[in-house]
Design a protein around this ligand. Structure first.
Ligand code: AMP
Ligand code: GLY
Length: 426
């Protein structure tokens, strides 16, 4: 079979690595890919938002299945375009991708379907925003409506921060049209986890749980990022909690989308806060998490290809996904300046040594080749992933390998999984 993966990050590297293991694979392509991905797939130099170009490529090469990593092509309608051309693709159509593409849509959807989430109101202008924020009190959460690369959420704790936040949205218009409508919601307190499931539009196949560390710095400090590390299992769910999340949140979401004629096929990623009153949805994503995909692919036992293919045809041919008992962990190596303005162009050393650590797999994100040398080419550069019998083993291996890799501006969190380990030990 011929498969095309769309995207160029660590998530897509992990997807290609996993798909390459399928006995059903004849040809594997990735557009636009990265130097790490080129070790397991043929690179196609088409950017992931050039939908027509990608569709022509898939038609010409008679691609049997396309798998989309990032949200942008999904919200732009890549699945609609491919489907109209008779191509098989696993992902939500544009109308279903609104669950991630518009926070206003997703919050109102949850209200319509009684799916537990933070209380919220929507502000169209500064006066309304001030009034609503005063109603919730501080800290309060401000969210841009549209896609903002994970940077569209502000959580002001003081009046000064609140005014600065309003200025960002309504005066500076930092989020452009994505910030024309602002969701203002209560600030929830609790443990954050990611719950990810595949859906064929009706049936749901939950993946293993995972926990992502979104803040840049140790101790969950600093700005939000795309994710600085993660592990699977999440290690923080009490027994019965996963089925509560499925019954109260994931099933009603898939059912609600179907009832609204926005049938959801693809990956549903629910960002959750485990509050004292139960799980609450923070956000929906319509794709695999990055770096969650890296640890989930490392643990998945099923052959991914037939699962995604049957999902794309609206008929899962397996009733369950199976995950190895082993744990998996991922430490993201980024470049100084991330997430605002990462340093670029420095040569990366020590990869081979890192790759030799037991259980370790390194997935590339923003790397490039310059004069034959591998260089850091963006914010999140490499994902050092490891499996191990227990979470502590996986983390230990990932950190041993992470320390082998060098470039001058390398930064990474030292505390991925630490709190979970400490809590589970006590
Ligand atoms: P989102 O893009 O909506 O997931 O927001 C990004 C991050 O902001 C989340 O991962 C949380 O850490 C935080 N966040 C979002 N909404 C809330 C909320 N209502 N209460 C507390 N933290 C939140
Ligand atoms: N790791 C968070 C995300 O993919 O959105």
């Amino acid at each position: 079979m011929k498969v095309l993966v769309v995207g160029s990050g660590g998530r897509e590297h992990a997807l290609c690595w996993k798909l390459r293991q399928s006995p059903l694979i004849d040809e594997l392509y990735c557009a636009p890919g990265n130097p790490g991905i080129s070790q397991v797939a043929d690179i196609v130099p088409i950017p992931s938002d050039e939908i027509h170009h990608l569709a022509s490529f898939a038609t010409d090469l008679k691609i049997d299945l396309t798998v989309v990593g990032p949200e942008l092509p999904l919200t732009l309608g890549i699945v609609d375009d491919f489907t109209n051309r008779g191509l098989t693709i696993f992902g939500p159509k544009k109308q279903a991708a609104e669950l991630e593409g518009s926070k206003v849509f997703s919050k109102e959807f949850m209200r319509r379907h009684d799916i537990p989430t933070a209380r919220f109101e929507i502000a169209h202008d500064l006066d309304a925003a001030r009034r609503i924020a005063a109603h919730f009190g501080l800290p309060v959460v401000l969210k841009a409506d549209g896609l903002a690369s994970g940077k569209g959420v502000l959580i002001p704790k003081t009046e000064e921060e609140l005014e600065a936040g309003f200025k960002t949205f309504f005066e500076d218009r930092r989020f452009g049209s994505a910030g024309e409508r602002v969701v203002i919601e209560e600030c929830l307190v609790g443990e954050e986890i990611s719950f990810i499931a595949f859906s064929d539009g009706e049936r749901i196949l939950p993946l293993a749980t995972s926990k992502d560390y979104k803040r840049l710095k140790d101790g969950d400090l600093g700005p939000n990022t795309g994710g600085m590390g993660c592990h699977s299992p999440a290690g923080v769910l009490k027994s019965g909690a996963a089925s509560e999340i499925l019954d109260r949140i994931v099933r009603p979401t898939i059912q609600g989308m179907s009832d609204e004629n926005r049938q959801f096929v693809g990956v549903l990623y629910v960002g959750l806060m485990l509050t004292a009153d139960g799980p609450r949805v923070l956000e929906y994503n319509v794709r695999l998490g990055d770096p969650e995909a890296q640890v989930l692919m490392a643990r998945m036992e099923n052959d991914l290809l037939p699962v995604l293919l049957s999902g794309a045809h609206g008929r899962f041919d397996t009733s369950r996904l199976h995950f190895r008992k082993e744990a998996a962990a991922c430490v993201v190596l980024a470049s100084q300046g991330y997430p605002e303005k990462p340093t670029k162009g420095e040569a990366i050393l020590g990869l081979e040594q890192a790759g030799n650590v037991e259980g370790v797999e390194i997935f590339h994100a923003a790397t490039a080749l310059k004069d034959g040398a591998l260089v850091a080419a963006g914010g999140r550069v490499l994902n050092v992933c490891a499996t191990g019998p227990q979470l502590r083993d996986a983390l230990k291996r990932a950190y041993v390998a992470a320390n082998c890799i060098r470039w001058p501006s390398k930064i990474f969190r030292q505390d991925i999984g630490r709190q979970v380990l400490e809590r589970n030990a006590s």
